[in-house]
Design a protein around this ligand. Structure first.
Ligand code: ZN
Length: 425
């Protein structure tokens, strides 16, 4: 049986009745045609203004140019919480304090100088004696701090890359790892010996602070709270030799913690650029640990100036009056240092894990982007922020390396000076 074919569609038949006026819009369509652009245009202009005026998210910049922090005290925390046992904690999980791998990643950290800190005797209720000759365990303890730092870097070698030069820092960061370097926090950790300095350099230390909060055989300190009575009026003669030897080695001379006289003399003595690994601005918050404008003015490229970088400290007591330290107050220090010393001379040295309290909004290493965000609202562009993140520090480090290379070419010999008060040599 055959089925009749369906009727062919009559293509000539109108789809709408002939009476429907296709071209004449209904009243509602009229509204859409004329009123909608009138509504959309201001919305478009507002959106354009927001895009132009509102701060952009700092994350894209920091994803490319990670934050280098020149002062984190995690090794000290590992000593106290875990007795230096790298099997006793897991940095991939939540750590006590301000630092662990998830938070380092969230904060876009590109590099860290891990501080291998050992306290001044007075902070342990001990006394070095008037001439710093009472034996201590400081060299042993510093070696243990270096050891635990290296064990930690090894344990998480998929995340951290040990580095001892600016080139190695750049390579580590280029490979997506956190460049990990070592800084010694005080020449008291030398036990008066330049031989110990050279050995610390061999073990990887790439900066040393001239003092912690106590005077030592090399230099006077600013103290913390009470200012110690100056012993040398700045640097001792051996302190001058120490700086010369650090220049020769290529170890950054760190003048955080030192007295103003020590800092000024370091500017005169050091052939290489200088570092403040963790210091803020005294004009913003008046404490002796912060750098005064008169010294910030010595920084720069011009006549009578020297290259240096001030890495801003987040410790609330150095940032603002009690209860007032927050991300805006830290930004005030960054902006002030940039204003007086120049925008190429400021960086970040938080002191995380070395400070019991933290500013509001900068609670741990995951929060650096908040500081960059704040600076964007104050007109800082990508170039300024990238300098703050790492390039200003890298330039100073490379300057220090260049000086060491020059001194090597000149055939400058190691300093053989011995602390004059020693009787055993
Ligand atoms: Zn410190």
């Amino acid at each position: 049986m055959s089925t009749p074919a369906p009727p062919a569609a009559d293509e000539s038949a109108p789809l709408l009745p002939a009476s429907t006026p296709i071209d004449a819009p209904s009243p509602a369509r009229k509204w859409v045609k004329y009123a909608l652009p009138l509504v959309l245009l201001p919305l478009f202009l507002i959106a354009l203004l927001l895009v132009l005026l509102l701060p952009r998210n700092p994350a894209p910049l920091l994803a490319k140019v990670g934050v280098v922090d020149t002062h984190i005290d995690l090794p000290w925390l590992l000593r106290h919480y875990y007795r230096n046992d790298v099997g006793a904690f897991d940095m991939r999980g939540a750590m006590p304090g301000h630092v662990d791998i998830p938070r380092l990643k969230k904060g876009h950290v590109g590099g860290v100088f891990w501080s291998v800190y050992v306290p001044c005797s007075a902070d342990l209720g001990l006394d070095d004696g008037p001439e710093f000759l009472t034996p201590t365990y400081r060299v042993r303890d510093t070696l243990e701090q270096i050891d635990v730092t290296k064990l930690m870097i090894d344990e998480y070698s998929d995340v951290f890359a040990y580095a001892t030069s600016a080139a190695e820092m750049r390579a580590a960061m280029g490979g997506g790892k956190i460049a990990s370097l070592i800084g010694v926090e005080g020449a008291h950790q030398l036990e008066n010996s330049l031989g110990v300095l050279r050995t610390y350099y061999e073990l990887g230390a790439r900066y040393m602070t001239l003092t912690h909060s106590c005077n030592n055989a090399f230099a006077d300190s600013a103290g913390i709270g009470a200012t110690p009575t100056p012993l040398h009026g700045g640097l001792s003669p051996l302190g001058g030799q120490l700086i010369h030897e650090m220049n020769r080695l290529g170890m950054m001379v760190d003048i955080s913690h030192v007295s103003d006289a020590t800092a000024i003399q370091a500017f005169n003595v050091s052939r290489a650029p200088l570092l403040w690994s963790h210091s803020s601005a005294r004009a913003v918050h008046n404490v002796r640990r912060n750098v005064p404008d008169s010294i910030l003015e010595l920084i720069g490229e011009g006549e009578g100036k020297k290259d240096a970088v001030v890495m801003v400290n987040f410790a609330p007591q150095f940032v603002a009056d009690d209860g007032k330290a927050d991300v805006k107050a830290v930004a005030d220090h960054v902006v002030h240092i940039a204003h007086i010393a120049g925008v190429r001379h400021v960086g970040i040295g938080s002191d995380y894990d070395g400070i019991p309290n933290v500013p509001k909004g900068l609670e741990d290493v995951s929060m650096y982007p908040a500081l960059f965000d704040e600076l964007r609202t104050r007109g800082w562009d990508d170039t300024m922020l990238a300098g703050l993140a790492q390039y200003n520090l890298l330039r100073v480090f490379e300057g220090v390396e260049r000086t060491a290379a020059e001194m090597k070419r000149e055939g400058v010999k190691p300093v053989m000076a011995i602390y004059a008060k020693r009787t055993d040599l």
